[in-house]
Ligand binder design. Structure first.
Ligand SMILES: Cc1cc2nc3c(=O)[nH]c(=O)nc-3n(C[C@H](O)[C@H](O)[C@H](O)COP(=O)(O)O)c2cc1C
Length: 244
């Protein structure tokens, strides 16, 4: 999407635009159980991919590719891949945790009308190596930035996204024909939803809670954590629901 606004208007967001950005951040959810079969118009999918493509990347390397998956046969095969990996994942839990794990719905591969696999090409020449010599993993981080852009843009389009990581990556490579040297970073389920839950599902079912942000803020050095000083950052009122 190209913006042709004059420079003066491009300096700041209007109040409504600012709120819109925060709304997308706070109301984004990982969606698994709420997908509708309603098709996603091509131009909307295009906007999501373009939002991803405008993410920051180390050295402007743009290491990502996007596989758009609509085929029922491919989604069924990926679902089988998930089922096998999930059986193995469940095995590390026992007792009540195991029962809770097995009650979780951790993918919407067949229900979501579109699945996306986002890959990372660690050896892409673009960017000529700027910024990644001290930390080659910055290439991976760049791809994750693209995924987050897509996830937030999807929320603004009323589309849900669910990230499925419970997959054997080599098997996924084989199913999607991804060359061995590329890293499949994310497998995403995308679609319109019956609702966006107010809270993470893992929180609602009692699997995990949100950490206190105050406990995570340090001042100048790692050993200078000060919850009171951190709390002062959020007075008088946190922006649109920031969690303490
Ligand atoms: C890298 C990554 C991998 C994830 N893998 C899965 C997954 O395999 N299955 C799943 O149900 N959710 C997965 N999630 C979603 C998280 O469980 C979810 O983001 C978290 O519980 C917070 O909920 P929220 O995204 O709705 O705020 C993944 C998220 C990330 C960032």
């Amino acid at each position: 999407m190209v913006t042709n606004m004059p420079q003066s208007d491009r300096m700041s967001f209007s109040e409504a635009e600012r709120r819109g950005v925060y709304r997308a951040i706070y109301e984004r959810r990982d969606i698994r159980a709420q997908f509708l079969s309603t098709p996603i118009p091509d131009h909307v999918l295009g906007r999501l991919l373009d939002a991803a493509h405008h993410a920051p990347s180390v050295g402007f390397m743009q290491p990502w590719d996007f596989i758009v998956i609509r085929s029922n046969a491919v989604r069924e095969a990926v679902h089988n891949c998930f089922m096998e990996a999930n059986r193995q994942a469940a095995a590390i839990y026992t007792g009540e945790r195991r029962a809770l794990y097995e009650s979780l719905k951790l993918e919407g591969i067949r229900e979501a009308p579109v699945n996306l696999c986002i890959t990372c090409d660690r050896s892409r020449a673009k960017g000529a190596g700027v910024g990644r010599q001290t930390d080659p993993d910055t290439v991976l981080y760049s791809t994750v930035c693209a995924i987050q852009n897509l996830w937030l843009a999807a929320r603004a389009e009323s589309l849900g996204v669910g990230w499925v990581s419970i997959l054997d990556l080599d098997r996924l490579r084989g199913l999607l024909g991804i060359p061995a040297e590329l890293v499949p970073i994310a497998y995403l389920c995308v679609g319109y939803v019956s609702e966006f839950p107010a809270n993470p599902e893992l929180e609602s079912v009692g699997w995990e809670s949100r950490e206190s942000l105050m406990r995570l803020i340090h001042f100048d050095r790692w050993d200078r954590r000060d919850e009171q000083r951190a709390a002062d950052l959020f007075e008088p009122q946190p922006a649109n629901g920031a969690q303490k």
